[in-house]
Write a protein that binds this ligand. Structure first.
Ligand SMILES: [Zn+2]
Ligand SMILES: [Zn+2]
Length: 369
């Protein structure tokens, strides 16, 4: 496989700022992350390539070296040789993911020289709750069960058997990365022994087998506010996966799915209802009963109401979510539709015949003037 220019790999200009490089890397790493592309070998290769390019260009010193020499043996060679990233595993992937979502975290290697294991922010989780239209309008408490991992109680998250402690990794001396020297140049990759953790566990905890975490189901009651809409996304800070090495927990995002109502259709802050009228009701006007979100109401239909006419009932719609909204509730829109019978009784048929005798103007005449 041919050597690739690292700037090309990240799709940035040679003059790109460190910030631009970081941004480009994050974007690509998200796109090709193995968690998002399960089983996709090509995406995995791209991901490794992008990570390797960022390892060099993301570090101003290494970048200078690279710019001077232009050569970095091993980087971007997919063929599983000595320069490959065979030691990359899920642990290091989640490490990178946590950096991506961690916000303020330094993406470079500022803390890598230290011996203490790096704090890793826990992963963000996403869960969906389904509620009925009624629950969406009036608010509800929805039980939610989220599969997640929890800090192992036996080893308190260290992964080491009680009474023992993780040891500084003998391969990387706790740096979490291995460097392969090529004279002036060197390539770095996550340590193949400790997978970037900087520590190794000699006696694994019997409960969690060294991972420091156990799978668990967390149960919540989610308060769904009155007026919530389909697809709304709420962030519950700190309710995601726990962090490692005293890292912060991730967040839980709850997405609300609202089942459709056969009667009411949501339209932004309002709801719409179709109200059928008979032909005489549309012509003569009428007082008709219509459903509201809390019961029913009488509406005056004026004589001569046209098909598709909308009447608004202000402030009777769904509650608005943003605090202090004025008015606090949306409207209900009643859309009148004229109910045209598909078949007629003999009596109705005669009545229509009579009607056409007396209502015999041509309403289309003005189309041709
Ligand atoms: Zn190591
Ligand atoms: Zn444990």
């Amino acid at each position: 496989m041919a050597q690739r220019d690292l700037y090309n790999v990240l799709g940035v200009d040679k003059k790109a700022s460190q910030e631009d490089i970081k941004k480009a890397y994050r974007k690509l790493a998200r796109r090709y992350h193995p968690d998002r592309n399960p089983g996709d070998k090509q995406a995995e290769e791209r991901f490794k390539e992008v990570s390797a390019a960022h390892d060099v260009l993301g570090d101003p010193d290494k970048r200078k070296q690279y710019d001077r020499g232009g050569m970095f043996t091993g980087v971007g060679q997919g063929g599983g040789g000595a320069g490959g990233f065979g030691g990359f595993d899920a642990g290091s992937f989640s490490d990178i993911l946590s950096n991506l979502f961690g916000g303020g975290g330094e993406a470079g290697g500022a803390t890598r020289g230290q011996r203490a294991p790096r704090a890793e922010r826990g992963r963000d989780l996403e869960a969906e709750v389904s509620i009925s239209f009624d629950q969406a309008i009036h608010g509800a408490q929805i039980p939610l069960t989220v599969p997640t991992s929890q800090r192992c109680a036996t080893c308190h998250g260290t992964g080491a058997k009680p009474g023992t402690a993780p040891k500084v990794c003998p391969r990387c001396q706790g740096r979490g990365i291995e460097s392969e020297g090529q004279g002036l140049f060197s390539i770095s990759q996550p340590c193949s022994l400790c997978h970037g953790q900087g520590t190794v566990i000699e006696d694994p905890c019997p409960t969690c087998h060294g991972s420091g975490a156990v799978r668990t189901l967390k149960k919540y009651r989610v308060n769904s506010p009155a007026g919530v809409r389909d697809g709304s996304r709420v962030r519950l800070a700190g309710k995601g996966e726990p962090g490692r090495n005293s890292g912060q927990p991730g967040d839980l995002y709850v997405i609300t799915r609202v089942t459709e109502s056969p009667i009411f259709r949501r339209r932004g802050d309002n709801v719409e209802v179709e109200v059928p009228l008979t032909i005489p009701e549309a012509i003569r006007g009428a007082e008709v009963e219509v459903p509201t979100l809390g019961g029913r109401k009488k509406l005056r239909v004026p004589p001569g109401t046209k098909h598709g006419t909308v009447q608004r009932l202000r402030g009777e719609g769904p509650p608005r979510l943003s605090p202090g909204s004025r008015p606090p509730r949306g409207d209900i829109h009643y859309r009148f539709v004229i109910d045209v019978p598909a078949s007629l009784s003999e009596e109705q048929s005669e009545a229509v015949d009579k009607l056409s005798e007396v209502m015999n103007g041509n309403p289309r005449a003005r189309l041709f003037t």
